[in-house]
Ligand binder design. Structure first.
Ligand SMILES: Nc1ncnc2c1ncn2[C@@H]1O[C@H](COP(=O)(O)OP(=O)(O)O)[C@@H](O)[C@H]1O
Ligand SMILES: [Mg+2]
Length: 271
């Protein structure tokens, strides 16, 4: 039986929310993975998704663009009712959602610039699919590379960049599509602690300056505390904590990870 944390689960209903999930259930092969999740995210808000491996973090992110099945409940993303979308509207929803992945997912032999340009493919239309990007698109991609401090590497093949640099290219690529929401699934799990802090700090800064909300799954509590606004803890498919990240104390951490956890102890304060 899960003990109730005094500040656990404070449902929010922002009128201008970009993401509004209520009672979301996802069942895989008669196995319930999400069991009635409520989550609201406002523009520019950076929300950490915490929880043990297998708690349902990736499934929740996938459900938001219907790459996981929506068994029941309501999901609204950027004003759309995700469950009822036809194929065309679903494509347009997916174009509105930027992704950042643990392993970057860049095209290794393409330049940093070309990788960023692919983020605008949906909006750019068929011409860009054969490599004809407009001057305006190239300028925008270069501006984004400058913003993530990689202008000097614009023409370098992605495979020759360091992990931290590749993730910054991936962030620029996500922004190139002018997203209404960014989903970042363990974006810093492959980086060393110092780079993890830098990349996550940059992602949060960009989210706030452009009013694009970010939902980011993390497995280091200290990073959530330092770089995100709110922390949502999933445990066994349920939201057990929804609090300002500054309030991620031992009680909250225990609520998410259980009593025998080492997460969030003082020696984890490093990066
Ligand atoms: N495509 C799938 N088919 C069946 N079960 C799945 C699928 N994807 C995830 N699961 C199960 O759902 C649960 C939650 O997984 P996941 O969302 O990946 O957790 P997390 O990202 O928190 O580690 C796990 O038990 C996992 O095995
Ligand atoms: Mg996962």
């Amino acid at each position: 039986m899960i003990q109730t944390h005094p500040r656990a689960v404070t449902p929010r209903r922002a009128a201008d929310s970009v993401l509004d999930v209520s009672g979301l259930t996802v069942v895989y092969d008669s196995d319930p993975v999400l069991k009635g999740v409520d989550l609201t995210v406002a523009p520019g808000e950076v929300v950490a998704l915490l929880g043990h491996s297998g708690s349902g973090k990736s499934t929740l992110m996938k459900a938001l663009t219907r790459t996981a099945p929506l068994t029941s409940g309501q999901v609204r993303v950027a004003g759309r009712d995700v469950a009822s979308l036809g194929a065309g509207d679903l494509r347009s929803l997916r174009a509105d959602v930027g992704h950042v992945f643990q392993n970057f997912h860049l095209v290794p032999r393409l330049s940093a610039l070309a990788n960023v340009l692919t983020g605008g493919l949906y909006a750019a239309g068929p011409a860009s699919r054969i490599g004809l990007f407009s001057r305006a698109q190239r300028t925008r991609a270069l501006e984004l590379l400058e913003r993530v401090d990689l202008l000097a590497q614009a023409c370098q093949q992605a495979r020759t960049l360091s992990g931290g640099q590749q993730q910054r290219v991936a962030i620029a690529r996500a922004l190139m599509q002018d997203p209404r929401l960014i989903l970042a699934d363990e974006p810093v799990a492959s980086l060393d602690p110092r780079l993890a802090g830098n990349v996550l700090g940059l992602l949060s800064e960009l989210a706030r300056e452009r009013s694009v909300p970010v939902l980011v799954s993390l497995h280091v509590v200290a990073l959530a505390r330092r770089h995100t606004d709110r922390a949502v803890g999933l445990r066994d498919g349920r939201v057990v904590v929804d609090i300002p990240s500054a309030g991620l104390d031992r009680v909250a951490v225990r609520e998410i990870y259980g009593a025998d956890t080492e997460f969030g102890t003082d020696d984890e304060e490093t990066p």
